[in-house]
Ligand binder design. Structure first.
Ligand code: 5RP
Length: 220
């Protein structure tokens, strides 16, 4: 089975978490794109969606799924999104697609965060995937120096601007042993908008696509 087929297995299993008659939070990425295509099949059973990126908004609207502004809705029962890495506590690295800030906002506004991924994303220690950090453009060099002090090797994601008009630094060579601490340490640097560690608000459920179908993982 290909990696993409495993992503589809995870996306299919996530449909069961969608609450009838409610708003669903929708993330960003190739796994979520499969979820959006499947959500289109039950669009008449939901009120609509809130979206974590312009890309996901466009894809949902093309399917005729109503997309609401987060300011116009209350608590969201379920948020479905992918990840670049997850550890066994369901702490995540996200932001490979650059949508980490809006993803973190919707995850925070949602009662349940269901993460969908192929099985390669579950790791013992996060950090092999370069950690995305969204930064206000004028702070780029300053934040890069601060990230070096924290032990990383930041690389500017060139020719990329986030939906919020900011830049991304991808931090290589990290071994994330204390995800909450690193999330807090990077978040407090002035000029950082969001760090792609989701540990203060980890996923509640991780659905992994495997060659044998979907496997649900709960925090250790
Ligand atoms: C986007 C993300 C994605 O969820 C993450 O990059 C995983 O993407 P994919 O499903 O394509 O592997 O955080 O900002």
């Amino acid at each position: 089975m290909t990696q993409d087929e495993m992503k589809i297995k995870a996306a299919e299993a996530a449909l069961e978490y969608v609450v009838t008659g409610a708003i669903v939070g929708v993330g960003t990425g190739s796994t979520v794109n499969h979820f959006i295509d499947l959500l289109a099949g039950i669009k008449n059973k939901i009120e609509g969606a809130v979206s974590s990126s312009e890309a996901s908004t466009q894809r949902m609207q093309a399917h005729g799924i109503k997309v609401y502004d987060l300011n116009d809705v209350g608590d969201i029962p379920v948020y479905i999104d992918g990840a670049d890495e997850s550890d066994h506590y369901l702490n995540l690295i996200k932001g490979g697609g650059g949508a980490l800030t809006r993803e973190k906002i919707i995850a925070g506004a949602s009662k349940k965060f269901v993460c969908i991924a192929d099985e390669s994303k579950l790791v013992d220690v996060m950090g092999k995937f370069p950690l995305p950090v969204e930064v206000i453009p004028m702070a780029r060099s300053f934040i890069a120096r601060e990230l070096v002090k924290l032990g990383g090797q930041p690389v500017w994601r060139e020719n990329f601007i986030t939906d919020n008009g900011n830049i991304i630094l991808d931090v290589h060579n990290l071994e994330i042993m204390d995800a909450v601490k690193l999330e807090n340490d990077i978040n407090k640097l002035p000029g950082v908008v969001t760090v792609g560690i989701f540990a203060n608000r980890p996923a509640d459920v991780l659905i992994l696509g495997t060659p044998n179908g979907a496997r649900t993982v709960y925090s250790k």
